[in-house]
Structures are given as structure tokens and as C-alpha cells.
Design a protein around this ligand. Structure first.
Ligand SMILES: Cc1cc2nc3c(=O)[nH]c(=O)nc-3n(C[C@H](O)[C@H](O)[C@H](O)COP(=O)(O)OP(=O)(O)OC[C@H]3O[C@@H](n4cnc5c(N)ncnc54)[C@H](O)[C@@H]3O)c2cc1C
Ligand code: SF4
Length: 362
């Protein structure tokens, strides 16, 4: 005989998804495809997450337009099972797995009450601010010191120029691991994507400006899986990007140019090289929204303030709170492919929570 349904823990309760980036969109799509209801609460006025909000141009590894890829994901959640609240945030939560009561507050329409059987936190990351704590690289001091994200915007506009004078650069370099793998600032982790993104952008710069010499200063290059063959080797062999194993310690202005000072660690000697543009390969930190939602749901965070998942390698989406899952870059550095994979896992486990709690199964 089927078990009685607890009316307070209704299997018809939707699954709340906080964040409408790649991870949140994939979770919503998966839930809807399995016939359940999802509610997306997105702080921004558009869906698509950081690739859209930060105007990424082309994505690794296949150079697909970010707008096109995110457009496909956004189109997939335009269906009756998915209720979308843009420009909105979760401002209060009570209840438990199977029956959460939430206040969703919209900047335009004010508060609405929402019931949810489970919640998925997909609030993502923010780019490391290269002026934080140390001003070693002069990001806020020198116009021609930019970040990977600034270069993405230039590449999207197909106009890579020196911000100081509007002229195309003749020499451009990337400095890897800015804000990551740095014990001094407490971010010991690798941000996973920035080596691949720098290699991708180096190819795009060489395609757009064939006369521009491009250098990448690295501690060691860490490519994500197949990105090794897809972008790293082509950037060296086909596009003649110069990889220099070295540590840049300082950037100073000399006349019209920037001088990158540091140490060439292969040759074991000091280096001092003139550049027109220096691109800082900034890594990933948890977004403010990730920190806020972890606090609101009482979910544990790790020492970097990414959401802690408590199942180890065998369950990468369970938070310390029953009925609350997390996925994508809210749980740590991840590329889009990994964010989407963890989002599918979170969707499946959230459905299991809704079904089990409604049936009274533990
Ligand atoms: C410089 C750089 C370039 C990159 N380029 C690539 C690339 O080419 N290819 C690739 O695979 N990966 C790339 N990545 C990684 C990629 O951006 C992430 O994998 C991806 O964005 C993670 O998706 P997400 O949905 O977890 O988070 P996000 O994309 O950060 O989305 C989170 C969403 O949550 C919303 N949000 C935050 N707080 C709240 C809140 N309190 N309430 C409601 N909504 C909230 C945000 O507005 C946002 O829409 C790059 C990363 C960096 C640093
Ligand atoms: S991906 Fe590369 S640049 Fe980014 S932190 Fe890791 S090693 Fe450094």
C-alpha cells in the first residue's frame, strides 16, 4: 500500500534555485524535464550569470560565443514548470527539508511568500579584486594594467587597445595566479580556469593583432583536462604565444611603457621586460550572494567562504543543512562544464528530498 502523503510536505512543492547562472539554469532545466517545478530567484535583472554579467566574449575550450551558449541555456528554462523571479533575493527562510517557507523580495514588486520542498544554492563567484590587500601590480594605478575580464570586454568589442592612449598594443603579457595560490592573502587554492582563459585570450589577441607579441608569465600552467590540446598547445605552436616560467613581482611605469620586474625561474635570473598592456589573470572568490545565502540557510562554509559540501568525493552537492544543496562555483572554483555537472547532481538530489520527505521516508 502506498504511504500517505504528508500534506505539509507536498511533493508538488517547487524546488527553489538561488542564482540564474550556468549552474542554476541547468538545475532548473533538469528539474523541469523530470516533471517537477522550479523557482529561480536571480538577483540581477537578467539570467546567464557571470558569463553574461561580465560580458565574456568566447568561452573555453571551443570559442563558442558566451551569449549564444547562455542564450541556449536561458531558452531551455522558458517553460511552465519554471517560475523566474528576476531582480529578486531571498530575504527570509524558515521551515525544514520538505517544507521551507521563504520570503522572496523583488526590488520592484516587494516581498512574496514562496513554499519550497528543497533549495539549491547556485550563487556563484566573483572575480578577485587585484587591488585588494596588495597593490603589487598597480591595477588601480596604471591604466594599461587590466584583468582577464577587462580583456574579455575588449575582445567582445573586437577592439584591443591600450586604455592609456587608445592604440593597439605591440607587446602584451598575462601574469598568472593573481589572487590564487597566494598564501600571503590566504587564497592558497588554484582557481582552475585562469590558465585556460589566458591561453584562449592569447590566441584571440594574436588573431586580432598579428603584430602584437604575446607573453604568459606563469608559475606552472594548469590546464583543465582536454584544454591542454584544445588551447594550450595551439596557442604556443600555431599562434606563437611565448610562455615564460617566471614570477612577476612588480609593475612600474617607465616613460610610455610598463616594466614587468621579477625572476625568470627557468634561467634563474632577474627579468625586466617592457610591455604595453599587462593582463592580470585574476581568480575566483565566493560571491557576496554565496556568503549571504550560506549564512541565511545556516550552511557551513570552508575557510575561503565557499559553501562546504559534506559528502566528500561521493556527494559533491550536499550542504550541512538537510534539504539544501549547492552547486557550481558557489562550492569552489569550477568551469562551466563542471558547474553544469554538479547542477544536474543537485537537481536529482533535490527531487529525492521532495519525494522522500513527502512520503515520510528518511
Ligand atoms: C575571467 C574568467 C573567465 C572565465 N571564462 C570561462 C570560460 O571561457 N569557460 C568556462 O567554462 N568557464 C569560464 N569561467 C568560469 C565560469 O565563469 C564559471 O564556471 C561559471 O560562471 C559558474 O557558474 P555558476 O552558475 O556557478 O555561477 P555564476 O556564473 O557566478 O552565476 C551566479 C548567479 O547567481 C546570482 N546571485 C548571486 N548572489 C545571489 C543572491 N543572493 N540571490 C540571487 N541571485 C544571486 C548572480 O547574479 C549570478 O547570476 C571563467 C571564469 C573567470 C574568472
Ligand atoms: S588556473 Fe593557472 S592561473 Fe589560475 S590559479 Fe591555477 S595555476 Fe594559477
Amino acid at each position: 500500500m502506498p504511504e500517505a502523503v504528508n500534506p505539509e510536505r507536498n511533493p508538488e512543492n517547487p524546488i527553489l534555485i538561488i542564482g540564474g547562472g550556468p549552474a542554476g539554469l541547468e538545475a532548473a532545466k533538469g528539474i523541469a524535464e523530470l516533471g517537477y517545478k522550479a523557482v529561480i530567484v536571480e538577483k540581477a535583472n537578467v539570467l546567464g550569470g557571470t558569463p553574461i554579467l561580465s560580458s565574456y566574449a568566447a568561452l573555453t575550450p571551443d570559442f563558442r560565443s558566451a551569449e549564444d551558449a547562455m542564450g541556449e541555456m536561458i531558452a531551455a528554462v522558458q517553460r511552465p514548470e519554471v517560475d523566474i523571479h528576476l531582480g529578486s533575493q531571498v530575504t527570509a527562510v524558515s521551515g525544514q527539508a520538505g517544507a521551507f517557507d521563504l520570503t522572496v523580495t523583488s526590488a520592484v514588486d516587494g516581498p512574496t511568500q514562496v513554499q519550497a520542498g528543497a533549495a539549491i544554492i547556485a550563487t556563484g563567484f566573483q572575480h578577485f579584486d587585484p587591488g585588494r590587500e596588495t597593490q603589487q601590480y598597480g591595477y588601480y594605478e596604471h591604466d594599461d594594467v587590466i584583468t582577464l575580464v577587462d580583456l574579455e570586454r575588449m575582445l567582445k568589442a573586437e577592439q584591443v587597445v591600450r586604455p592609456s592612449n587608445g592604440e593597439p598594443p605591440k607587446r602584451l603579457c598575462f601574469i598568472q595566479c593573481v589572487g590564487s595560490r597566494d598564501r600571503q592573502i590566504g587564497n592558497e587554492y588554484c582557481s582552475k580556469v585562469c590558465c585556460g582563459v589566458a591561453a584562449k585570450e592569447s590566441i584571440e589577441v594574436r588573431k586580432l593583432l598579428p603584430d602584437c607579441k604575446v607573453f604568459i608569465f606563469y608559475i606552472d600552467m594548469r590546464m583543465y583536462g582536454y584544454w591542454e590540446n584544445e588551447i594550450y598547445w595551439p596557442s604556443q605552436e600555431k599562434y606563437k604565444v611565448n610562455y615564460v616560467k617566471g614570477i612577476a613581482t612588480e609593475i612600474v611605469k617607465k616613460g610610455d611603457h610598463l616594466i614587468v620586474r621579477g625572476e625568470d625561474t627557468t634561467m634563474g635570473r632577474p627579468m625586466e621586460v617592457p610591455m604595453d598592456i599587462v593582463v592580470l589573470s585574476v581568480g575566483m572568490e565566493p560571491s557576496e550572494g554565496t556568503k549571504q545565502m550560506a549564512a541565511m540557510f545556516g550552511a557551513e562554509v570552508n575557510k575561503y567562504k565557499f559553501i562546504e559540501t559534506v559528502g566528500g568525493a561521493l556527494n559533491t552537492v550536499q550542504t550541512s543543512v538537510e534539504g539544501v544543496l549547492a552547486c557550481g562555483a558557489a562550492t569552489g572554483p569550477a568551469d562551466i562544464e563542471d558547474s553544469i555537472s554538479s547542477a544536474s547532481a543537485a537537481a536529482m538530489k533535490a527531487i529525492a528530498v521532495v519525494r522522500k520527505t513527502a512520503m515520510g521516508v528518511s
